[in-house]
Design a protein around this ligand. Structure first.
Ligand code: HAM
Length: 461
């Protein structure tokens, strides 16, 4: 649709105004083409998906499970916005990461702010923790979120440009038991859905232990430079830890012999990691020490982990979830020094797994009762009856759009209702209504004024 022109006048700087108006005209003429021109139907964007009614049972299941597990582990919900200043993400996730460097949906808005659709929510929650003064609350502060994230990724199975995450973040406690609890929550969430997983875990230490490691890593990679992909050649100079994230086959092979960060950890980071593992051992959580796991975001310190569906060790790029500790982020964003740890899980990937494993998913709650009608006067009366039954807490369905009884009964059958009420001309004049037992296929005529009582009696309500 054409833009509302009055909005354009709000732009303050006259020079820029022209530019913005010009851009909007281009958008106008594009949409005009769609509206007036060819018969071409607009297509959904690549990497985006409609979640259709038939899919909703999977989402309902996950929503319920999320509500339960966050209640069990005492997390409170937070819903940050979908748009933020681009700087929030580039500062925290890191400019050289794939997410910030290649995958953000960023644009200049009408107020000339550089903003981005959120590619993840951890940085947002840290921003919210600071801006709402949550450091004044009793610590740790435990928050969770569910919602869409946006990354201009190469679309493929389990990889979309809009996808949903469930995430948990804990602020204000540095004890390794918190890292372990985040891993345990993640593992249990998937296990209780019926998805067996292994936890891939590593420690990438603190800035101090990473200094020497980076030197050694660069030395090693320099000897392999001629075989690296173009991106990795650049990473070598800019952000060597990201060399370990590369998914290119030749770089994955080179990674195998790279030095391992675990050999460079300082005493404090080593002790922290050992304790995390001891807590996981205590609960017999299966984990795999993955020496090259560094995760694709710059903000991590100490513990990092991912959960992979069992038998998918080789396809690590389709992790169901991942997270870790990020003790420096709050301070780096301008807050007081606050340790933090968290995880996010990809809901589309979990649903794919549920389907692949054929796991049981509860169907939508069934209706008990159907209200059928014959003729205009009956339609009016049953329209009201339907509302009364619903207000009485009965699970009732209808199809006022249809007139014929046969087609209405077909719908009632499809819905699997136990009883159908039918109000025709005869019943209207007699002050009665037909009550049909759908399973037995028998029907009786009852007093219209007693319909609620009779139905409730049969449904044992
Ligand atoms: P992440 O590893 O970038 O971490 O994403 C977490 C999960 O989101 C992945 O394991 C995956 O299941 C899902 N995911 C990521 N990209 C896509 C995509 N393009 N399509 C479908 N699913 C995807 C984070 O986002 C961090 N915020 C995790 C965290 C929380 N760290 C500390 N706290």
């Amino acid at each position: 649709m054409p833009k509302v022109k009055s909005k354009e006048k709000k732009v303050k700087k006259p020079g820029k105004e022209k530019e913005i108006i010009k851009k909007e005209r281009v958008i106008d003429s594009e949409s005009d083409k769609i509206a007036k021109g060819s018969k071409k139907t607009p297509q959904i964007l690549r990497g985006f998906k409609d979640i259709l009614p038939g899919e909703q049972k999977y989402w309902d299941l996950l929503r319920k499970k999320i509500e339960q597990i966050t209640l069990d582990y005492s997390f409170e919900r937070i819903d940050p916005p979908l748009l933020e200043e681009t700087g929030l993400f580039s500062r925290s996730i890191g400019k050289e990461t794939d997410i910030v460097g290649k995958e953000m949906f960023s644009f200049i808005d009408k107020g000339e702010e550089n903003i981005s659709l959120r590619p993840e929510a951890t940085a947002q929650i840290a921003r919210a923790y600071i801006s709402h003064g949550m450091f004044n609350l009793p610590q740790p502060v435990k928050l969770y979120y569910v919602g869409p994230m946006f990354r201009y990724d190469r679309p493929q199975s389990g990889r979309y440009r809009q996808f949903n995450q469930f995430g948990c973040e804990v602020f204000g406690d540095m004890h390794p038991v918190i890292d372990a609890q985040i891993v345990i929550l993640t593992y249990n969430f998937l296990k209780e859905l019926g998805i067996p997983t292994t936890v891939q875990i590593n420690s990438i230490g603190c800035n101090n232990c990473r200094k020497e490691y980076k030197v050694q890593l660069v030395n090693y990679y320099k000897t392999q430079k001629q075989d690296l992909c173009e991106d990795c050649k650049e990473r070598l100079g800019k952000n060597p830890l990201r060399l370990l994230d590369c998914k290119e086959e030749k770089c994955v092979a080179i990674k195998e012999d790279a030095p391992q960060i675990i050999d460079f950890l300082c005493d404090e980071c080593k002790n922290h990691f050992v304790k995390v593992l001891e807590f996981l051992d205590e609960l017999e959580i299966p984990y795999n020490l993955n020496a090259h796991l560094v995760r694709g975001l710059d903000y991590y310190t100490k513990t990092v982990f991912e959960v992979w569906a069992e038998n998918e060790e080789k396809k690590g790029q389709n992790a169901l979830g991942g997270g870790g500790r990020y003790d420096g982020m709050v301070e780096m964003l301008g807050g007081r020094a606050t340790p933090a740890v968290g995880v996010s899980l990809g809901l589309e990937r979990i649903i794919l797994k549920i389907k692949e494993l054929n796991l049981p998913v509860p169907e939508k709650e069934k209706r008990d009762l159907f209200v059928g009608q014959l003729g205009e006067a009956s339609k009016r009366k049953t329209l009201k009856l339907y509302e009364t039954l619903r207000a009485e807490g009965l699970k009732v369905a209808e199809c006022f759009a249809k007139d014929g009884l046969k087609s209405q009964l077909e719908i009632a059958n499809k819905l699997g209702v136990k009883y159908t009420l039918i109000l025709g001309q005869k019943e209207m004049s007699e002050g009665t209504i037909i009550l049909r037992d759908m399973e037995a296929g028998v029907q009786e005529t009852i007093n219209y004024n007693k319909v609620i009582k009779e139905v409730k009696k049969r449904l044992e309500m």
